[in-house]
Design a protein around this ligand. Structure first.
Ligand code: ATP
Ligand code: MG
Ligand code: MG
Length: 381
């Protein structure tokens, strides 16, 4: 049997392993934690991603390697790629690990981005704030996720506090200042590119974040066809430039009908979880097919789909399990503040039916605020 190695053993690796079971695949997951939740379904190798002995053991046991964790040191990914095929390629991984390199690439490809500036010193921060204006966001160039490593500068008076919070990281992971985009919507393209260059994308997804963490998604996003076409062509241009193989997500802001690229996640993505039940082929299945050089599956959506993230602790499953078109995902993790512990997917053939199901689930779980923006969007007509 073919063994797929996954660096990172969180819920993404877990869902990859569950999806790959139907293809007869074996998995080996590497993680720094011995309780990584993918380890409940696949053999787990506990080790540091910089430890060459652990990496060598991993490489010796797998036929192909991929990532659930985008911050695996690029150097380790390169080292691994000399021993076993690695998808996406380590160069693509390295580029997307740096917000500055990533935004520079988007700009080169004529993909609009928010204003941005590299910030290495306090003086450069002052200059950048003066040029870009407020509000703006100071972010670490590397290692940020779920909105961590970010400071919102509402007015010039906040610059001191921003530097106090992140200035020390200017020399380690680097900093970038970005103009704050007063977007009406956040969207993502989840797409897949095969080893042979075949490109497929799922319909555009609309996403809602709370405190920088994804809270809910809706697919297909209810946007003009032209926006859909533009978003997909941006995703395709990036994938082709990077020689990308596998699934990735391009996060976009939509402001006054214009799309601005935020970042690219070089892996299966939370905003694509709805594809498990909501699409003919899930992002997990297509990622595996891509990295193995198998034919890609149809990315068509089945009706209208919404995903609700469970953060911190799992709610009661019964209301979703008893809802028509309701599906439950518990990642088998310990409850912890801010942690993604599971999600629910609700599917219907028509928008109003989905709105009603979401509203009912929201009431039953006391999560009206979480479902409200999705319900409102579905009822806008
Ligand atoms: P992820 O978990 O998606 O990897 P991250 O830590 O990499 O998150 P971003 O995607 O850059 O962070 O930011 C998280 C959220 O913060 C965005 O989805 C968006 O809601 C908000 N945000 C980030 N940058 C901007 C911006 N320039 N203008 C407005 N809002 C922003
Ligand atoms: Mg990110
Ligand atoms: Mg993001």
């Amino acid at each position: 049997a073919t063994t797929v190695g996954i660096l990172g053993g969180g819920q993404l690796a877990r869902m990859l392993a569950l999806s790959g079971a139907s293809l007869g695949l074996r998995f080996l997951v590497m993680d720094t934690a011995d309780d990584a939740c993918a380890g409940q379904f696949a053999p787990l190798l506990v080790g540091d991603y910089r430890d060459k002995a652990a990496l060598a053991e991993f490489a010796g046991k797998v036929d192909v390697a991929t990532f659930d964790f985008e911050n695996v040191p690029a150097e380790s990914a390169h080292w691994l790629a000399e021993r076993v095929p690695v998808f996406p390629n380590p160069g693509a991984l390295a580029l997307t690990q740096d917000r500055l390199a990533e935004k520079t690439l988007f700009r080169e490809l004529d993909i609009p981005v928010p204003d941005f500036a590299d910030v290495a010193t306090r003086a450069q921060l002052d200059d950048a704030v003066a040029r870009i204006g407020t509000p703006c966001i100071l972010k670490t160039r590397r290692l940020g996720y779920d909105g961590k490593g970010q400071f919102r500068i509402k007015s010039p008076a906040d610059v001191d506090a921003a530097w106090d919070a992140l200035g020390a990281q200017a020399e380690t992971v680097g900093l970038i200042l970005e103009g704050f985009v007063a977007f009406q919507r956040e969207l993502s393209v989840v797409a897949v590119r095969g080893r042979d260059g075949e490109f497929r994308a799922w319909p555009l997804t609309e996403n809602w974040h709370v405190d920088g963490v994804l809270s809910a998604s809706l697919a297909p996003a209810r946007v003009d066809a032209s926006l859909h076409t533009t978003a997909l062509s941006h995703a395709r241009a990036i994938a082709e430039r990077l020689g990308y193989v596998g699934v990735f997500a391009l996060e976009l802001f939509c402001r006054d009908g214009e799309l601005l690229a935020n970042e690219l996640a070089p892996r299966v993505h939370n905003s694509g979880h709805w594809t498990i039940e909501g699409s003919e082929t899930s992002q997990f299945q297509n990622h595996l097919r891509a990295v193995l050089g198998l034919p890609l599956g149809d990315t068509a959506v089945r009706g209208v789909v919404s995903m609700l993230n469970w953060i911190g602790e799992m709610p009661d499953a019964a209301p979703v399990l008893s809802a028509a078109g309701g599906h439950w995902h518990d990642y088998g993790k310990q409850a912890r503040d801010g942690r993604k512990v599971g999600h629910a997917t609700l599917r219907a053939d028509e928008a109003e039916a989905l709105a009603q199901r979401l509203a009912d689930v929201g009431v039953a779980l006391g999560r009206q605020a979480q479902v409200a923006p999705v319900v409102a969007r579905l009822r806008e007509g």
